[in-house]
Design a protein around this ligand. Structure first.
Ligand code: G3P
Ligand code: MG
Length: 223
């Protein structure tokens, strides 16, 4: 079972920062997950539409210029990274799951993927709750794995995963049952589960035959 560091290793370092990604690698994560929003045609690595929770700024991303956002402190003196910086840190070391959070992210990512070597793309997975963003990536780029993030309506997400020929479906921990795991597997989908932080929960996911878990503590997967 793969261990995917959630927002890097957000239980151990400020989320979605390069420090957090380095920490996830140090703790032995197989993959890291990050969230991206589109600002000035660039992909910024941040979870929320506002900067309040994770930086020393106040307000919405759209009310800032790119340069102003980059001047904020995202914790322990870290800047909000751009996707290219994350790629430089992860390539050859750990897989990268890019979660598309905001509108327009699919289009911008597609342009970036056109310039990305195929070997990098083997260790990339693009996921989202936003099906139009994933559709955009699928339409314009055939060579990257797609993951459908499921909320409460898993039937609908499975239908989308089939339509988009997705690689994986990502289920909420609270929604995982043997039935859903088997159904997804029967359709050829990998099953990744978010967010799994307790050792007992991680063990349960392994017993259920889940293919990977997202955890804020990527060192908590014991054999
Ligand atoms: O990609 C898994 C997980 O990150 C989805 O939820 O809100 O933490 O981005 P969230
Ligand atoms: Mg996420």
């Amino acid at each position: 079972m793969l261990m995917i560091g959630h927002r890097g290793a957000m239980g151990c370092a400020p989320e979605n920062t390069l420090l957090s990604i380095h920490k996830a690698i140090e703790l032995g994560a197989d993959w890291v997950e990050i969230d991206v929003h589109c600002v000035a045609d660039k992909l910024l690595v941040i979870h929320d539409e506002t900067v309040d929770r994770t930086t020393n700024g106040r307000g919405k991303l759209i009310d800032y210029s790119f340069e102003e956002l980059r001047a904020l402190d995202a914790g322990l003196g870290q800047r909000i990274p751009i996707l290219q910086e994350v790629l430089e840190v992860t390539v050859g070391k750990v897989g990268l799951n890019i979660e598309l959070k905001g509108l327009g992210t699919g289009k911008v990512l597609t342009s970036l993927l056109k310039k990305t070597p195929e070997t990098y793309k083997n260790k990339m997975l693009v996921s989202s709750f936003l099906m139009p963003e994933l559709e955009q990536v699928v339409r314009l780029n055939q060579h990257v794995k797609i993951g459908v993030l499921a909320g409460n309506n898993i039937n609908e997400s499975i239908a989308w995963a089939t339509k988009l020929k997705a690689f994986s479906i990502h289920l909420r921990l609270q929604k995982v049952t043997p039935k859903w795991v088997d159904r997804a597997h029967d359709l050829g989908l990998k099953v990744y589960v978010y967010t799994v932080n307790k050792v007992v929960q991680i063990r349960r996911m392994k017993e259920l035959g889940v293919d990977g878990v997202f955890s804020d503590y990527p060192n908590r997967l014991t054999s």
